[in-house]
Ligand binder design. Structure first.
Ligand SMILES: O=C(O)CCC(=O)C(=O)O
Ligand SMILES: [Fe+2]
Length: 476
């Protein structure tokens, strides 16, 4: 006997409610319209596994299990990418495989011919004996995933678009890589980072070790500066461009509206705050805003510690990816004298998102840029002549390869061309940290990556000269 799949029945009753077979209509004591409590109810606990330390997590989990027997976890360490792929694979099985393909995985209930499936495993429509002859509105796929000795891969579907057992499919060339720094072991990370830097010049990292709390606070501080300080307070931090009186700010630092010379007289839809965060000798705390609600200095210093570690790690991986000594790139960009500048970009909603740009197309002149975005997308990169959106991935940090790494690697790693679009009704903010060599460091292709077949493609010059030409749109 053929089992009538719920998915098929649903497609009939989508157009005709009356076509719903009576065996799906539950008895009164089960009908959700009669039995769901709609009054104010306490919320099922949501526990952030990453935000607390040990005893607090233990307490929260034990309490939720005593009181509720159910809770949700976030900060659980399962990369978003893995969850998305898992869901894609499932959707592909149910929504894209032809019915006769699905039936190849059918459980015995259907007299199905699931290859080598003995018992409960497979594609099915009914798992338990029906109560009072009532049926459940669900089809499912069911199989062991552990322990390995119990897993029967012959019951796992083979899908055209997804590698079901791997969870990672052959991805179209439109997805910017998301790399989980916590999930892989060493060589795999190196490979993923090097490949992303060669192919894309940009990638997102999760499992990066910067606590969610620190990222949230960083964002709170930035929002407070732009949205809560009165304008005249903000102007106290203004850069010289505005004739501003930024206390003791010599050059580029401070609250500003234009960083580069404008092209064709067109302006970018952005204000920003810009200042050093490392090395300590370059930091001028007088330019760091004092905010009523947030300890700007504390949170910025805290974030800086994590960024320094993350940059170190990225430079090490990129060096390894070129088969150089671990410290090669780090030393080339000035080691502990590497300059870190934080820029907080504030892009207000714009009435004409179709014609304005927040930030025009550019590559960063830095060695590398580490960017935390808010949840309003807008960043785009150019790949194979097409502008591609960088998706918002919660808690991810975006890593851009900048011009100096491209030069040092003699073009093996790409400095990514990017821009930012505007939104009609939402504020985008982003927190890039530009990691640049000291001004008098001479940057050119590393000896170890050039040879007769690969002659240097770039001139060696002092970073400050490079920056001067870049800012003034002069040839390099
Ligand atoms: O907002 C963004 O994501 C892009 C910012 C940017 O590219 C920059 O400030 O250099
Ligand atoms: Fe940029």
């Amino acid at each position: 006997m053929e089992v009538e799949r719920v998915q098929l029945i649903a497609s009939f009753c989508a157009s005709d409610e009356g076509a719903m077979p009576p065996e799906f209509i539950r008895s009164d004591h089960e009908q959700p319209c009669l039995t769901t409590f709609l009054g104010p109810a306490p919320a099922i606990p949501v526990i952030d596994l990453a935000a607390f330390d040990g005893p607090e997590v233990t307490r929260a989990i034990a309490e939720a299990s005593r009181e509720w027997g159910i809770f949700q976890v976030v900060g659980h360490g399962v990369p978003e990418e893995a969850m998305r792929e898992l869901q894609r694979a499932g959707r592909e099985f149910f929504e894209e495989l032809p019915q006769e393909e699905k039936e190849k995985y059918a459980r015995k209930e259907a007299g199905g011919g699931a290859p080598a499936s003995g018992g409960q495993e497979g594609y099915g429509t009914k798992l338990q004996r029906e109560l009072e002859g009532k049926k459940a509105w669900v089809d499912f796929l069911f199989h062991y995933i552990a322990p390995p000795s119990k897993v029967n891969h012959r019951i796992w579907p083979v899908l055209p678009g997804t590698d079901y057992s791997n969870g990672s499919r052959a991805r179209p060339a439109t997805a910017i890589p998301v790399i989980d720094l916590a999930a892989f072991d060493g060589p795999e990370i190196t490979r993923a980072i090097a490949e992303a830097s060669r192919e894309w010049g940009i990638f997102q990292v999760v499992g990066h070790g910067v606590p969610e709390e620190v990222m949230r606070e960083l964002q709170r501080a930035g929002r407070e500066f732009f949205e809560e300080l009165p304008q005249e307070e903000k102007e106290k931090y203004a850069r010289k461009e505005a004739g501003g009186g930024a206390p003791a700010s010599g050059g580029q630092e401070g609250y500003g509206t234009k960083l580069q010379r404008e092209l064709e007289g067109k302006k970018a839809w952005v204000d920003f705050l810009f200042h050093y965060i490392a090395p300590p000798s370059k930091v001028n705390h007088r330019i760091w805003p004092v905010l009523p609600g947030t300890d700007y200095r504390k949170i910025t210093e805290e974030y800086t510690k994590y960024v320094v570690d993350l940059v170190d790690r990225m430079l090490t991986e990129l060096s390894k990816g070129l088969e150089l000594e671990d410290q090669a790139l780090k030393e080339a960009v000035g080691a502990d004298s590497l300059n870190l500048n934080l820029k907080i970009n504030y892009y207000p909603p714009c009435p004409r998102p179709d014609v304005a740009l927040r930030v025009v197309a550019h590559t960063d002149m830095s060695a590398m840029t580490i960017l935390v975005p808010n949840d309003v997308p807008g960043l785009q990169i150019l790949k194979d002549d097409r502008w591609i959106n960088v998706d918002y991935v919660p808690n991810a940090i975006i890593v851009h390869i900048g011009d100096q790494i491209e030069i040092l690697s003699n073009g093996i790693y790409k400095s990514v061309l990017h821009r930012s679009t505007v939104s009609k009704d939402k504020v985008r903010m982003s927190w890039p940290v530009f990691c640049s060599p000291p001004g008098d460091s001479v940057i050119g292709p590393l000896q170890q990556v050039v040879n007769e077949d690969n002659p240097p493609k770039y001139k060696a010059k002092m970073f400050k000269e490079y920056a001067y030409c870049k800012i003034n749109k002069l040839p390099q």
